[in-house]
Design a protein around this ligand. Structure first.
Ligand code: AMP
Length: 383
């Protein structure tokens, strides 16, 4: 269902996190109204949206009430129950389409989709029972990574398997349910492509990012990735094919491993804006959130051109362990932008905000983002 939505229209976003918040900021800046649906209270999205319906995602009456007020519905996370997505789709346009969310809701489904459609990914085997566990490494080899068939968040639900003896304890530690055994990739780098696709199929990628994870959580993104332009072009071409294969409109992120032999392997797809695209808010002509809005509203996409090299450093709740971070110190970096998500309680590992540093060279941006983050920590500098 295609519909052009003008400013003033209501966009519905189930969810309550930082991605919804940044989407709402972009949408409200362009004069749209944002309604959210979330089981929680005083959420990052709620704080900047027009209306929040407080209800569970399974409450179909509330979902229908929410969707009936929206000109279109989009998502900030993919794990909305299928019945709720269908309830929204019965009342108006939903982007990305329910089929796209269905593919990306489960790791096994996503990997099967990638392999079937010829996108490069690490070889994997499905494991449904302990009987299927033992033969699984055949054809994949060890070491391998055993992952839950659904999505564990931020590296939860996965274990490295080095020897056949590791298989059983690894499977038990991830819950002994349906799983995927995937070849361990000796990667040189992790890259991602964030891109927008409109309802007519036009595709606008942002520059490829270089990502560094810490304890399975994205820690630092640098863009544009300082890599061979041929690898960047190949990553973009692979990324273009993915939403084409499902005819999806909106923003997507494709995460890649760049293996030591130069091969690119898709690790994961997110059918929505992504933390590795936060830098676009400050560094690109059009941010990933504005692109999502444009795609959902049937507007032409904006330019994804990057105006300055940039780096994003995540701020986790750990930074609060000694008290409130020293915001003034980070503000002393004139080319660093502070983003806080409005979360009321800081817990270790919780994503509280990020910093985006701009510079003339990407390595400079990276150093600046790290220096600004280090300056926030309470320690010797405090007097
Ligand atoms: P995932 O939850 O699948 O995105 O994995 C989280 C992180 O674990 C990735 O960003 C990688 O750093 C690491 N990882 C996951 N799968 C593999 C693999 N097959 N080989 C090597 N590292 C992996």
């Amino acid at each position: 269902m295609k519909r052009n939505l003008a400013p003033g229209s209501v966009i519905g976003v189930p969810g309550s996190g930082q991605l919804g918040r940044m989407f709402a900021i972009a949408a409200r800046r362009m004069g749209y109204r944002v309604h959210t649906l979330s089981p929680d209270e005083d959420t990052p999205t709620r704080q900047v949206s027009d209306v929040e319906i407080r209800a569970s995602y399974e409450d179909l009456d509330a979902v229908r009430e929410f969707a009936s007020r929206a000109g279109a519905v989009t998502f900030e996370f993919e794990n909305v129950p299928a019945a709720s997505i269908e309830a929204c789709a019965a009342l108006g346009p939903v982007h990305p389409r329910a089929e796209v969310l269905h593919v990306t809701q489960r790791r096994l489904r996503e990997k099967t989709f990638l392999a079937k459609n010829g996108f490069p990914c690490a070889p994997f085997r499905r494991v449904r029972s302990s009987a299927e566990l033992e033969p699984a490494p055949a054809g994949i080899g060890l070491p391998a990574v055993l992952k839950t068939a659904g999505f564990g968040h931020d590296g939860k639900g996965q274990r490295l398997v080095r020897t056949p003896q590791d298989l059983k304890p690894a499977w038990e530690s991830i819950g002994a349910g349906e799983a995927v055994l995937e070849r361990f990739v000796d990667f040189e780098r992790e890259l991602s492509v964030v891109a927008a696709r409109d309802q007519e199929g036009r595709f606008e990628p942002f520059p490829v990012c270089l990502n560094t994870h810490s304890q399975h959580i994205l820690d630092l993104t640098a863009a544009p990735a300082p890599i061979d332009p041929r690898i960047a072009a190949r990553a973009i071409e692979i990324s273009r094919g993915i939403p084409e294969a499902v005819d999806g409109a909106g923003v997507l992120c494709v995460e890649f491993f760049l293996a030591r032999d130069g091969k690119l392997l898709v690790n994961e797809i997110a059918p929505r804006p992504h933390s590795s695209g936060y830098y676009t808010f400050d560094a690109c002509v059009t941010s990933q959130f504005e692109q999502q809005l444009r795609a959902v509203c049937g507007l032409p996409l904006g330019s994804p051109e990057q105006m300055r090299p940039a780096a994003m450093a995540n701020l986790l709740g750990d930074l609060w362990s000694g008290g409130e971070p020293l915001w003034r110190q980070a503000a002393a970096f004139p080319d660093v932008k502070l983003h806080l998500y409005g979360k009321l309680e800081a817990r270790p590992g919780r994503k509280m905000g990020h910093l985006t540093a701009l510079a003339h060279r990407v390595d400079e941006a990276k150093d600046r983002a790290l220096a600004a983050r280090a300056s926030l920590a309470r320690g010797e500098r405090e007097s």
